[in-house]
Design a protein around this ligand. Structure first.
Ligand code: ADP
Ligand code: ADP
Length: 233
């Protein structure tokens, strides 16, 4: 099935008496288990689109279906509920709680949705093992390398079994060797059936995806298989 369907999605920011049309009619369909990179120059609307896809904000016009739910008309509380259930976020800056262990950081989304403690811990351990961080689960972020911190963030994104993983510049703070390791982990998660949407400025990183969507001036300006994937199929 289709996990993401947008129809003529507009986002207009009001800035005093000025209007900024950040998105001007985005039509995008992403199926279950696709691996999509979103590219585009600074100011083209990538962050705005990610915020809408991630249910962090509502569109000004148009429709958005996430895993069959029409989410374009939900209020903030309803958006928060669906976001927690359907979306796993991974950020450039990791966004981990500095004072909490890896295990606790990964349990947080489950605390928010009221999962019982024993199940919470079991599921957090399982995803930490999946990202090869089992031996580091009692470490805090400052006791981990950048790549390990991003693995904790990826485990946190996975723990609710979301319908999509949304990664915004996930290698932006990592050296090139660590970036390759993190992209290998995303490839593994994709092979296991996850749907991944990745925003990146870097063409080399976008090539790990199977499909590259480019945004320019608030619309989709190109949408094609990545060269690497086209060569494989
Ligand atoms: P990037 O280009 O790295 O995606 P931006 O610098 O465009 O980041 O935006 C960073 C943050 O600031 C985003 O959350 C975006 O929504 C917000 N933002 C961008 N432009 C404006 C603006 N003109 N006024 C207020 N907030 C903005
Ligand atoms: P990108 O992520 O591709 O850099 P953004 O989505 O951040 O692009 O921004 C698209 C356009 O919308 C830019 O012109 C930016 O200045 C504007 N914009 C983004 N967020 C805001 C905001 N919160 N308020 C006003 N303008 C914004």
């Amino acid at each position: 099935g289709e996990v993401i369907v947008t129809s003529n999605l507009w986002k207009t920011y009001e800035m005093g008496d000025q209007q900024v049309h950040a998105l001007r009619g985005v039509n995008l369909r992403i199926k279950h288990n696709e691996y999509v990179a979103i590219m585009g120059p600074s100011g083209s609307g990538k962050s705005t689109l990610m915020n809408l896809i991630g249910c962090l904000d509502s569109p000004s016009q148009g429709k958005y279906w996430l895993n069959g739910h029409n989410v374009s008309e939900l209020n903030d509380d309803e958006l928060a509920r669906i976001r927690n259930k359907e979306i796993g976020f991974v950020f450039q800056t990791f966004n981990l709680l500095a004072r909490a262990t890896s295990l606790h950081n990964v349990e947080l989304p489950l605390i928010y949705n009221g999962t019982p403690a024993a199940e919470r811990t079991a599921r957090a351990k399982e995803v930490l093992e999946q990202v090869s961080l089992g031996p580091r689960m009692m470490h805090k972020p400052n006791e981990l390398s950048g790549g390990q911190r991003q693995r904790v963030a990826i485990a946190r994104a996975l723990v609710n079994r979301p319908s999509i993983i949304l990664a915004d510049e996930p290698t932006g703070n990592l050296d090139s060797k660590t970036s390759v390791e993190i992209m290998a982990l995303f490839a593994e998660l994709h092979e296991k059936g996850n749907t991944i949407v990745l925003v990146t400025h870097e063409p080399d990183i976008a090539e790990y995806a199977h499909r590259i969507v480019t945004i320019r001036d608030g619309v989709v300006s190109s949408d094609h298989p990545s060269a690497r994937h086209a060569a494989q199929t």
